[in-house]
Ligand binder design. Sequence first.
Ligand code: E4P
Length: 217
Amino acid sequence: MKLFIDTGSLKDIEKLVPIGIIDGITTNPSLLAKEEEDHRQILKRICDLVRGPVSAEVVATDAEGMVREGRDLAAIDEHIVVKVPFGPEGLKACGRLRADGHRVNVTLVFSAAQALLAAKVGASYVSPFVGRVDDIASDGMRLIEEIVEIFDNYDFATEVLVASARSPMHVVQAARMGADICTCPATVIEALFKHPLTDIGLERFLKDWEKAQAVKA
Ligand code: E4P
């Protein structure tokens, strides 16, 4: 499973990309709004650092505007994936941007029915928001199970991009369900590294080694 960082922060990206586990980045208007730099400049710098898919979202609400903005975003760098919101206008824009040869991520997906419609117009990625589904006392990961099953039934090329992942267990469950990608904040990715037995084990190995060296000296 590919792992993306859901961020607009270059600091997050500079910290995690050199480890070799990051395959791409997702951004959204709320994340980019937190950054001081112009969004086009940030997106370009992210693409230069990651050299993998970088989702950049349109803010227009009509298909015409989304296509115009999408083309403009795609011109920033070859790694840009145009993100459009789910809905009739978003799907219309998705079809047109795909016909232009751009990759498209259909975002704000909250049901299997929506994911099916996005796949039918050739979306490169669908982004079901698991954390926000959990927030309304429903089961976000059940949604991923359903989408993976539907896409497998029909061999859709659309990749399932698990979004709004809020905990390491979301990542593990996404991988067990066969999702293609999971995107999460840097804090969640950092939490994936942690296990107390790793820390205790390392401490013990180093202590034993030091003791042995002292005896031999
Ligand atoms: C996905 O592409 C979105 O940017 C993101 O995962 C939303 O996450 P949130 O629900 O934690 O804001």
